[in-house]
Design a protein. Structure first.
Ligand code: MOS
Length: 708
């Protein structure tokens, strides 16, 4: 039983300190088990291994499956395809409804499964399955002239279009207009641990139970997605994810491979099935960031004050399932202007389903917006920081509500001070160091603060001042296990060592996904609620075994405000005069995010976001071959990410503050803001170095050849 409990602000002792990661030793000694590593101690006996067979055509239908050679291969136990796969009770989620019919929606789709005694024989068997297809024409390229439609909503559930005032009239009257098209590349998430699922079915007392270890950002979400499709109640699917090696959004929702493991395991009479998705398969199956095309128009007075902001977005989705990235959403709240218009249009392609990748929407949208602002500063002859200060809104332009804590101006000023902005020459191309042009650039950053309802936590007395605290949330490597221990310790007014925290299991109280920078706010608020309710019910000296489960009641005052975090990112960029090589020797962000719960793990989130933004700025680009419909850069040799040699001086700071209107911990969420604006800061610095304006990512060396 769970009750709703109003919370009071936490008296912080452990929160705010750099408690060492509570799972550090388990991780560095290899005792921490990731999804496919579970064995006998976790009830996994005698597993079979699963290999995915993927479509080699982009659109059409499977006409025949010849499994004879595969089945004759040593070790192969079964080949499962649309003719013999278990039937699903619900196929509305067409991405996950695999092997139910012969239709092929995209190249790389799962069209058969091979089960074998070893991973090697499963893989060899998969290569021996012969498929025939009826092939249809496909479309796999996003161009400015690709036909688009207007989606009903954009992720997660926002308005598709907004229109206030008269943008066209304001632009016609504006003395200064910046109108350009910006593009961001398709990117693939590439967490360190590839996607993986271990599944087995049992029957006890006539009731079936599907158990899984899945590399996921949210165990409850996986169970809620799979259960109805499999004709089960949610509590008939148990999902655990004790350790997860990153996700960046690609493990935020179950993708088709999770269903593949569940379906295959249904056929093995209880033998567990292990599926380790390969790095190459991740480029076809497990989500990616859509490429975006942003048509921007800014109208301003000569002093830089904006009168009109227009952001029209073209992006792509998939025929099999719609995902609409919210690329223009930050444009709706970032700067003041009386006339404002945003829109999103989607091209439906015969490709895999795009999904979440760290700051979906904000990351590509703010690349466009913040490069456009740099262009406006240049057009007005203004310092780019001064331009932003002149366009600070009094209230949230989107909702009309006051911001509960908007400190962008302080982030810009303090960041400028720390970075050494004042020595910057006003002109582009003014500074060289040998054969290198040297420039600096700035961009603003923002991310909405979100708390997801429905979270609950359980507190149980263990006696002697120790407590078991439980919530089904997942630590994907962020440090959630550590910061939730700190929050629980402060909420119960004991030391962190007195907390025995259990997470990442659907048998524990419900927790929302580790996504949208909402995890710590959502789960932490539930833990504080449960602890405060526990103390109210059981006092300071509870009997061992007494327990309370509670969720945080929504504070009605919260309805009055707009909650967003802010930051300012500064980059120094060097571009080689003869080769165009681009380097980023310094990258620095200053953030306002509420209270940082653990400065060590927090700094890792900011640095990681900055590095990922640097990587997007300079390297990351998935190349889809429109003739065949698949991503050809499907490994880390051809899909480039920033490596150690590319990551030089990357640092972050934050303003000391506590946002107790938003959460009892005073925190707002930090997972995504570090990537927002970062690519724009690098592009703006590259312009300042060279005078060459790059309006798309990645910013490659060829853009600068012949410059100067
Ligand atoms: Mo994050 S892309 O919301 O997992």
């Amino acid at each position: 039983m769970s009750v709703e409990q109003p919370t009071t602000p936490l008296r912080v002792r452990s929160v705010g300190s750099s408690l060492e990661r509570v799972d550090a030793v388990a991780k560095v000694t290899g005792r921490a088990r990731y999804a496919v590593e579970h064995g006998e101690p976790a009830g996994v006996r005698d597993p079979l291994h699963l290999w995915l067979v993927q479509s080699t055509v982009a659109r059409g239908a499977v006409t025949a499956v010849d499994a004879a050679a595969a089945l004759a291969h040593p070790g192969v136990v079964a080949v499962i395809d649309h003719t013999n796969a278990p039937r699903l009770a619900d196929t509305d989620n067409a991405e996950l409804a695999i092997l139910q019919d012969p239709t092929v929606h995209f190249r790389g789709q799962i069209v058969a499964l091979v089960l074998a005694e070893t991973p090697e024989s499963a893989r060899e068997g998969a290569a021996l399955v012969e498929l025939s297809y009826d092939v249809e024409d496909h479309e796999a390229e996003l161009r400015e002239d690709t036909a688009t439609h207007r989606p009903d909503a954009v992720n997660p559930n926002q308005e598709t279009d907004t229109d206030e005032g008269d943008v066209d009239a304001a632009l016609a009257a504006a003395p200064v207009v910046v109108a350009h098209t910006y593009r961001t590349a398709m990117e693939h998430n590439n967490p360190l641990e590839p996607h993986a699922t271990l599944a087995w079915w049992e029957e006890t007392d006539g009731r079936v139970l599907l158990s899984m270890f899945d590399s996921t950002q949210g165990v409850h979400g996986v169970a809620q997605t799979l259960a109805p499709m499999l004709g089960l109640e949610t509590d008939q699917v148990r999902v655990q994810a004790p350790y997860v090696g990153g996700g960046f959004g690609s493990k935020g929702e179950a993708h088709a491979h999770v269903m593949a493991a569940a379906l295959a395991a249904r056929t093995t009479e209880g033998r567990p099935v292990k599926l380790a998705v390969t790095r190459q398969q991740m480029f076809a199956l497990t989500g990616y960031r859509t490429e975006t095309i942003s048509h921007f128009r800014l109208g301003a007075a000569e002093d830089g004050r904006l009168s009109a902001i227009e952001h029209r977005v073209q992006e792509q989705t998939s025929a099999v399932r719609e995902f609409a990235e919210q690329t223009a959403s930050p444009t709706r709240m970032m700067y003041a202007a009386d006339n404002r218009r945003t829109s999103h249009r989607l091209a439906v392609l015969d490709v895999a389903v795009p999904s979440w990748m760290r700051a979906p929407g904000e990351m590509p949208g703010m690349f466009a917006h913040e490069v456009a602002m740099d262009e406006l500063a240049q057009a007005c002859g203004l310092d780019p920081i001064e331009l932003r200060l002149r366009n600070e809104p009094d209230v949230d332009p989107e909702t009309g509500r006051p911001f509960d804590n908007r400190r962008l101006a302080e982030c810009l000023r303090r960041g400028a001070d720390r970075f050494g902005w004042s020595s910057r020459p006003a002109e582009a191309g003014a500074r060289t160091d040998g054969d290198w042009w040297v420039g600096t650039g700035v961009a603003a950053s923002t991310y909405p603060a979100a708390k997801i309802p429905g979270n609950a936590a359980r507190v149980r007395s263990l006696g002697d001042g120790r407590y078991a605290v439980a919530i089904g949330s997942v630590d994907i490597g962020t440090g959630a296990r550590t910061v939730l221990t700190q929050i629980a310790a402060d909420a119960l007014e004991v030391g962190a060592e007195d907390i025995d925290l259990a997470i990442a299991d659907t048998r524990l109280p419900p927790a929302s996904v580790a996504g949208g920078s909402s995890g710590t706010s959502s789960w932490g608020s539930a833990i504080v609620a449960a602890a405060q309710r526990f103390r109210a019910d059981h006092g300071d000296h509870p009997d061992p075994g007494v327990e309370t489960t509670a969720s945080a009641a929504q504070d009605p005052a919260a309805e009055q405000f707009a909650f967003h975090s802010f930051g300012a990112v500064f980059a120094e960029t060097r571009v080689h005069r003869w080769t165009g090589e681009i380097r980023v020797p310094r990258l620095y962000g200053c953030y306002s995010v509420g209270r940082v719960i653990n400065p060590t793990t927090g700094l890792s989130q900011f640095r990681g976001g900055l590095v990922m933004g640097l990587s997007a700025a300079l390297f990351e680009e998935s190349w889809r071959d429109p003739r065949f419909g698949h991503v050809v850069t499907q490994d880390l040799a051809t899909y480039h990410i920033a490596s150690h040699a590319d990551v030089l001086d990357v640092d972050a700071e934050w303003l000391e503050e506590s946002d107790e209107i938003f959460t009892p911990m005073g925190s707002r969420g930090i997972g995504e803001i570090g990537i927002v604006g970062t690519a724009a800061a690098v592009a703006n610095a590259a312009f300042h170095a060279t005078g060459v304006r790059v309006r798309s990512t990645p910013i490659t060396a060829d853009r600068f050849l012949g410059a100067g």
